[in-house]
Design a protein around this ligand. Structure first.
Ligand SMILES: [Zn+2]
Length: 336
């Protein structure tokens, strides 16, 4: 993931207090003072508080969670990625304050709250942990889709007790209920994969609703990392292209009015976090601007795939050209 590594340069300022004292079995690799992408993003979340923080609508993260639940391989990849984030997070708290387990779980709760989730609580009984993250209701999945969060909790606990502790999401707010429940498990369980059609139906139901809670952009990008892996990104683009073509059908089911359809695309983009859209209709052109945190080629491909799907959904033209341009810290995608 060269494109992800290149982002590290923007975060070098954090490295001074991140080295040394990280020689535990679970510490992340910080040789030569290099800060991993995960570490830099976590520090950014912890060091920057609202209102200066950058955020995306929760719906953006839901789409990311959903895409990460499309196959058992992606779910497992997400879990393992979460474990690495959880360990990095423990290392950060370990440097700041050597709290003992289970009290250090308060720090994990605070982290999820800083990310943008409503609140958390937990219950510890010997080696058995039950951790809850409360969320706004969005019924969009048939089963648990927070494998990354399960991994983060597992990695954090494993690092703090010095032993492997697996966690499974046993019930999910997005399948109904007011919280996601994460419980100790002998081995992580990855529930049945989701069908893309289910998310399309969810978009149709929620499409016109207002933007609700916000999630930190750094956390959103951390969640998308496994999807941006070269091995999977093409398949993700195909799914997003399909979702874009479905989206247009519910924005304006019978409308052939180009202006209204372009306004609809703009509104959806605001909601799913794929960038700020500027449209012109003569000639038909979409410009998508990605801010510095989302300024990444794989992410730009995701955004462009959804837009192409949407444009092809309402016009017969199928040869839209996509160009990418990096302008300082931002990324500009043009589709015409
Ligand atoms: Zn969940």
């Amino acid at each position: 993931m060269n494109n992800m590594r290149s982002r590290q340069h923007a975060y070098q300022k954090h490295k001074s207090n991140s080295t040394g004292a990280l020689n535990s079995l679970y510490s992340i690799n910080l040789t030569n003072g290099d800060v991993t992408y995960e570490h830099a993003m976590l520090l950014n979340i912890l060091n920057n508080s609202a209102p200066y923080a950058k955020e995306v609508p929760e719906e953006a993260l839901i789409l990311g969670n959903f895409l990460s639940s499309m196959t058992p391989t992606l779910k497992k990849l997400g879990y393992n990625h979460g474990v690495s984030i959880g360990r990095a997070l423990y290392d950060i708290f370990g440097i700041r304050n050597r709290l003992a387990y289970p009290q250090i779980l308060d720090q994990l709760s605070k982290f999820f709250e800083q990310v943008g989730y409503k609140n958390c609580d937990y219950n510890v009984n010997g080696r058995f942990v039950s951790f809850r993250i409360y969320k706004t209701k969005h019924k969009c999945s048939s089963g648990p889709i927070h494998d990354i969060e399960a991994g983060i909790i597992s990695g954090f606990i494993s690092a703090s007790i010095g032993d492997i502790s697996h966690i499974s999401e046993t019930s999910c707010a997005y399948a109904g209920g007011e919280y996601c429940s994460f419980d100790s498990a002998i081995s992580p369980k990855f529930s049945a994969p989701e069908s893309i059609e289910r998310y399309a139906l969810h978009m149709q139901r929620e499409g016109t609703l207002e933007i609700g809670d916000k999630i930190r952009t750094e956390y959103y990008m951390l969640n998308l990392m496994p999807l941006m892996d070269l091995e999977y990104s093409d398949s993700v683009c195909i799914m997003l292209h399909y979702l874009g073509s479905r989206a247009i059908k519910y924005i304006m089911p019978d409308n052939k009015n180009k202006v209204k359809i372009l306004q609809g695309i703009k509104a959806i983009y605001n909601k799913i976090g794929f960038g700020d859209v500027v449209c012109t209709q003569k000639p038909l052109k979409l410009e998508i601007i990605l801010d510095d945190l989302r300024s990444n080629k794989a992410f730009a491909d995701f955004s462009a795939s959804f837009a192409k799907g949407a444009l092809e959904g309402f016009s017969a033209k199928e040869d839209y050209t996509v160009t990418y341009e990096k302008q300082g810290d931002i990324y500009k995608i043009t589709i015409k």
